[in-house]
Design a protein around this ligand. Structure first.
Ligand SMILES: Cc1cc2nc3c(=O)[nH]c(=O)nc-3n(C[C@H](O)[C@H](O)[C@H](O)COP(=O)(O)O)c2cc1C
Length: 358
């Protein structure tokens, strides 16, 4: 299904090489300031970067079709449309019978038959994340009204891992100012090299996006089934190429003792806090007032320049495939704004459900 959220409902539509992609966002409070400039800025952060990615010029210009008047939400459904440009669909035809390894070609053709729009990966394309980013900007505006901020950065690119803790301000400011979305100058250089080395080999790399949300009040999340972790995981796993989602200590917690893993409670500025944050800001599926700490693992880009093994579904014989054209050697820097948007959308929805936003 293409809709997510309860009080703030997002529906996305479109395909990679069709007319365009877009979203309908329902539930934004009437009168909310909507800045098309902010939406455009977030979309620009999702664009491929010439220095580390593909030389493709994706002109993602957002067109508001409904729900926005005089830069304010009207209370009606907000429809945002982004036209597709720069389409070269012919080369995708063979993928219907020679599926690209690592892509959804095989599963989509098996499930939808020849009705599947294979051009550009159709509805499975990373392009579907552009409207998520656009809608996420509106969600950000909603949660910022109650003091919640969301910031992400590239925590790992291939084998280069950023193990440092960065102040939230650095993540937001430095991380947004470099095309790798690294949180420090040292990491920017090393991550860039990792990407360019993979590209030189005709290969690709994956990585980890870390996303922090600050200022969340205690009480966000709707157990038993609509927990904060559960709702975040659902939207994050919908992002193409996501293979893992971790909160706080995550998988490391399994090897800890309780005495190590438990976050001791303390009083800080007259409020209950914890002296460390291995729980990632959640207890019982409810925000505990500490920053949310989310890590999202992305696999290496499936489209690589080197020739690969596949099968020919017509003859049911082994075949070789070479994916021509432009390749993003690493999608992680582009995915940072997608993860931020997904987190903001979930927080806005759950804050509305919990009565934290009217
Ligand atoms: C922002 C973004 C851009 C992407 N761009 C590409 C790309 O250029 N080439 C590619 O092979 N995969 C790209 N992907 C990932 C594929 O869409 C994805 O791996 C594929 O549809 C299979 O889905 P799965 O990896 O979730 O199983 C992108 C993903 C995101 C989030």
């Amino acid at each position: 299904m293409n809709t997510i959220g309860v009080k703030l409902r997002l529906t996305i539509f479109g395909t990679s090489h069709g007319e365009g992609v877009g979203c309908v966002l329902d539930g934004a409070p009437p009168g909310l300031a909507i800045s098309l400039k902010d939406i455009q800025r977030e979309l620009d952060l999702r664009k491929p970067s010439v220095g580390i990615g593909t030389p493709r010029m994706e002109e993602d210009v957002v067109i508001p079709l409904s729900g926005v008047k005089d830069s304010r939400a009207t209370g009606g459904a907000i429809t945002l449309f982004i036209k597709n440009a720069d389409k070269d669909s012919d080369k995708y035809k063979e993928f219907a019978f020679k599926p690209r390894p690592g892509h959804a070609d095989l599963t989509a053709v098996m499930k939808y038959g020849d009705a599947h729009d294979i051009r550009g990966g159709g509805q499975f394309s990373g392009r579907m994340t552009a409207p998520i980013v656009a809608a996420g900007t509106i969600a950000r505006a909603m949660i910022s009204q109650i003091g919640v901020g969301v910031g992400g950065y590239s925590m790992a690119i291939g084998s280069v891992v950023d193990k440092e803790e960065h102040p939230f301000g650095d993540i937001v400011h430095f991380g947004r100012g470099n095309e790798v979305r690294a949180a420090s100058e040292d990491m920017e250089g090393r991550m860039r090299k990792e990407i360019l080395d993979a590209k030189a080999d005709g290969d690709s790399v994956g990585g980890i996006v870390r996303c922090i949300a600050t200022g969340l009040p205690i009480g966000v999340g709707e157990p038993f089934f609509d927990t904060l972790e559960g709702e975040l995981a659902k939207i994050l796993f919908a992002i193409p190429a996501v293979k893992g989602v971790e909160f706080g200590a995550g998988f490391r917690a399994a090897a800890m003792r309780g005495s190590q893993n438990n976050d001791p409670f303390v009083i800080s500025d007259g409020r209950v806090a914890t002296s460390k944050n291995d729980s990632g800001g959640m207890l019982g599926g409810i925000s505990d007032g500490m920053p949310l700490d989310i890590k999202v693992a992305f696999k290496p880009t499936a489209s690589i320049a080197m020739e690969q093994d596949t099968v020919d579904l017509r003859s049911m014989k082994p075949a070789r495939i070479k994916i021509e054209g432009r390749h993003d050697p690493c999608i992680v820097p582009r995915a940072v704004s997608v993860v931020e948007a997904a987190v903001a959308l979930t927080l806005a929805d759950l804050c509305m459900r919990g009565g934290f936003i009217d």
